[in-house]
Design a protein around this ligand. Structure first.
Ligand SMILES: Nc1ncnc2c1ncn2[C@@H]1O[C@H](COP(=O)(O)OP(=O)(O)OP(=O)(O)O)[C@@H](O)[C@H]1O
Length: 821
């Protein structure tokens, strides 16, 4: 970036820069005054909306809803623009206007009451030059000026002279404020970068809205920042398309989503949905990470087939014989027959097991009828009925009473013998009770937990899992004493897969009780075949029309008893840290974006994933809108949608000193990879301390305390991952497992006890995507040995800090590895 310093005093009490700042302040004041008027207009509109609602007609309620909603959005956008409304100015080369046009760029567009532009929205086409112009390609821009403000006050300026030949008498001021802004203190939450978006970043932000935008870049190159600004851009430019069907932003974990959650609102966008991979399924929350080997197992696509078989197994507690009586004949189905019925239903029911109870009822009746005819059918029934009537008549005669009416064995009622059979069997409570127990409505989370039973998991394992796999998986889902096993991030994708296999139960709806009064499948007010609630006559359909759009949305996403009623689909999905998604997680995302366009940002060098190729195949399937299927695993690749690929090359996070350390780790992890270019030197050398293994935790705390006196912002203490996975007795833990066992939750809590909030103690997997002013890395040797891609995990850890890096190791060779390569 070219800039010239020019701060010479010109007159008493002021510099050139002061004068320029004062001039810009006058303009900014005018823009704020107009913003205030626009705010007053929006408030007036909200009041008008409520006034109309008092008129009370149905039509006016709908109008009110729309008007208040629009006005509230507007008021919200105007509020976020309040801080740093104007941040850029472009002076264009003389063209139609002899002195050249001046454009101001800001967080939102502001026009005068006569509709002349005062400030251009940063996402508008006219603002593009602000981010794209360079001295090599000035695009008609002579001078680009960045205004740094605090609240409504302009505090600094920085100019780039892009076309010196056209800069006739123009003042150029600046002192590297951009680089200075990179060194600013981090406050624990990510901030927007609208004022300083760089050209290569802007190209990604404004990339075409269709197909897939794939962005790669090393740590700190702004991938996350760019992805979020792209969301704001897409919602601004294609509001109708993306605003109505929604944009989903997915991050790796909750710590990360908390870190980035302020960026979109600060850009005036509250409408995108931000979720971590652990919260994508309504009603389920991941609270733990699996160890890398267990995550690899749970995340592999083979689990799709395992889960399909698990769903086809009998439900826990399902009865294994059915007995009904027809005309005195006991007809029963044994376990093998019931298994056959179950298998047939699963083969025929397409993707909605929970909705298949009607089919089950029909197939059970078929099987019962076959069994009945095998037993002699109507003939046997006649005989049985005859014997029964004979017995009764004998009893009656003994009491001196008349014999029973009717001929034994004659069909009672109408219809064919089969129809009569069906009607009689259906009426029997034994049959309906059996149906409910044999084919219960199953909740995905329960099915997953049921696989904590090794015998059940073994039945589902097929060739996909060996004995060891079964034991490890079952142990992770088995209920510990006093509760349920917590769900992990990978479990959530499995639950979503199960949800897709089970399908929603038939939608509860209401109908008139009179229609259902004599229906034998209505048990306790619910039709057990359709799931319909049979209501009394108090249902008022007109009430539905009085709900607002928000209430309708709420209801459509309602979670009913743990069964996800409706999985939302989005128009655009942003996936951050995409290199770490497992195939099963890609399948989960794919279900939410079959028609979506995508922005995928990743750094393969930071991937903890072992089988990246399998994850790539699953990613391609998700991006192409392919319907994932476990039956048809050798699927034809779907036609690829348009793809735009970008690479970001400048590291805005790390000082050059820290970047050198991370480049050394990268060279070991992936010798062929290229590190990004860091642009800011801090003069602060990274530190490596060699200590005894058992002194590492105490040293980490000491280092954090020391750093508290050196930086004003955040400090991350990044420790090895603690293996939560249960070990079989007799298994000898590997040395790194012994070492990492020191970093369990209790020791981490001890480490953090009493330290201020700006110190965070977290494990290497949680550190992904985060940023701190100072980072303390404990035991790099353990991190590197913990998983096959441990060096890449370490690469993530050492690239988190902006200013200070302190590494504590018990392995002396790591001093050389990190400091001299
Ligand atoms: N153009 C820019 N102007 C100012 N700051 C920027 C710019 N681009 C990026 N940054 C800052 O650099 C830091 C790193 O950005 P970000 O977290 O988006 O990088 P990343 O590529 O996603 O990193 P990682 O791969 O480690 O997750 C953030 O503090 C971000 O605000």
């Amino acid at each position: 970036m070219s800039s010239q310093v020019n701060g010479r005093p010109t007159e008493p009490g002021g510099t050139v820069k002061d004068r320029e700042i004062a001039a810009e302040q006058r303009y900014v004041d005018i823009a704020y005054a107009r913003l205030e008027e626009m705010r007053a207009d929006a408030q007036a509109m909200i009041r008008e909306g409520y006034r109309q609602s008092l008129a009370g007609t149905k039509g006016s309620l709908v109008d009110r809803d729309a008007m208040v909603h629009q006005a509230a959005l507007r008021a919200q956008a105007l509020d976020v623009a309040d801080d740093g409304l104007v941040f850029g100015r472009l002076d264009l080369a003389p063209g139609e206007k002899p002195s050249g046009e001046v454009r101001y760029v800001g967080r939102i567009g502001v026009r005068t009451s006569e509709h002349d532009s005062l400030v251009i929205d940063w996402r508008a086409p006219a603002a593009e030059d602000f981010y794209r112009a360079t001295p090599e390609d000035p695009r008609g821009v002579v001078r680009r000026r960045v205004l740094h403000s605090r609240g409504h006050t302009v505090v600094d300026l920085e100019d780039d002279l892009l076309d010196p030949d056209a800069a006739d008498g123009m003042t150029i001021v600046g002192d590297g404020a951009f680089l200075a802004s990179l060194a600013r203190t981090r406050e624990g939450a990510m901030r927007d970068i609208v004022a300083t978006i760089q050209r290569e970043q802007d190209e990604v932000i404004r990339a075409p809205a269709d197909g897939t935008v794939l962005v790669r870049g090393a740590p700190g190159t702004g991938k996350t920042a760019v992805a979020l600004h792209r969301v704001a851009y897409l919602l601004f430019r294609h509001r109708r398309r993306f605003g109505s069907r929604g944009v989903l932003v997915v991050g790796p974990n909750r710590r990360f989503t908390a870190y980035i959650e302020r960026v979109l609102p600060s850009l005036g966008e509250g409408s995108a949905t931000l979720r971590s991979l652990g919260d994508l399924v309504d009603g389920v929350t991941a609270t733990v990470h699996d160890t890398p080997p267990l995550a690899a197992l749970k995340g592999s696509e083979a689990m799709a087939a395992v889960l399909r078989r698990a769903v086809a197994d009998h439900a826990p507690g399902a009865p294994d014989d059915l007995r009904v009586v027809f005309k005195g004949v006991v007809v029963s189905l044994d376990r093998p027959t019931l298994d056959r019925v179950r298998g047939d239903v699963h083969r025929r029911s397409r993707g909605s097991v929970n909705a298949a109870r009607r089919q089950v009822a029909e197939m059970l009746l078929d099987a019962l009828w076959r069994r009945f005819t095998d037993l002699g059918g109507p003939e046997a029934a006649r005989e049985a009925e005859g014997a029964e009537a004979g017995l009764w008549n004998a009893i009656l005669a003994a009491d001196g009473l008349a014999a029973l009416d009717g001929e034994p064995g004659r069909p009672a009622g109408n219809g064919t013998p089969r129809e009569q059979f069906d009607a009689r069997v259906r009426e029997q409570r034994e049959f309906t009770d059996f149906l409910v127990a044999f084919w219960p409505i199953r909740r995905p989370a329960d099915v997953l937990r049921s696989l904590g039973d090794p015998a059940r998991l073994r039945r589902a394992a097929g060739r996909e899992l060996d004995r060891d796999d079964v034991a490890r998986l079952a142990a992770s889902w088995a209920a510990p004493a006093g509760g349920d096993a917590p769900f992990s991030y990978q479990d959530v994708a499995l639950i979503d897969e199960l949800d897709a296999l089970l399908g929603s139960p038939p939608r509860p709806s209401r109908r008139r009780s009179s229609a259902a009064a004599d229906d034998p499948f209505v048990v306790d007010g619910v039709n057990i075949l359709t799931g319909e609630e049979v209501a009394e006559d108090d249902w008022e359909p007109e009430m539905q029309e009085l709900t607002t759009s928000m209430e309708r949305l709420e209801r459509s996403r309602r979670v009913d008893d743990g069964v996800v009623e409706e999985r939302p689909e989005y128009a655009h999905i942003v996936v951050d840290e995409a290199q770490d998604l497992s195939p099963m997680q890609w399948r989960m995302l794919g279900r939410r974006g079959r028609q979506a366009s995508w922005t995928v940002v990743e750094d393969p060098a930071q991937s903890a994933w072992e089988d990246l190729a399998a994850a790539r195949t699953a990613m391609e399937a998700a991006l192409s809108g392919e319907r994932p299927s476990s039956r048809n695993r050798r699927r034809k690749p779907a036609p690829r949608r348009t793809r735009h690929e970008y690479e970001l090359t400048t590291n805005y996070r790390n000082s050059t000193e820290i970047a050198a350390v991370s480049a050394r780790v990268l060279a070991r992890a992936l010798p062929e990879a290229r590190p990004a270019r860091a642009v800011r030197s801090s003069g602060i050398a990274p530190v490596v301390r060699v200590l005894a293994e058992d002194g590492l935790a105490a040293a980490a705390r000491e280092a954090a305390e020391e750093l508290l006196t050196q930086v004003e912002g955040t400090i991350g203490v990044i420790v090895p991952f603690h293996p939560a996975e249960a070990h079989d007795e007799g298994t000898i833990p590997l040395p790194h497992e012994i070492a990492s066992a020191r970093w369990d939750a209790a020791s981490r809590e001890r480490l953090a006890a009493g330290l201020p909030d700006r110190v965070q103690v977290l494990d290497v997997l949680e550190a992904k995507g985060l940023e701190f002013d100072a980072a303390v890395i404990a035991a790099p040797e353990t991190v590197a040995a913990q998983s096959p891609n441990g060096l890449r995990v370490l690469y993530v850890a050492v690239s988190r800090a902006t200013q200070h890096l302190v590494v504590l190791t018990a392995a002396p060779e790591w001093e050389g590895i990190l400091l001299s390569g």
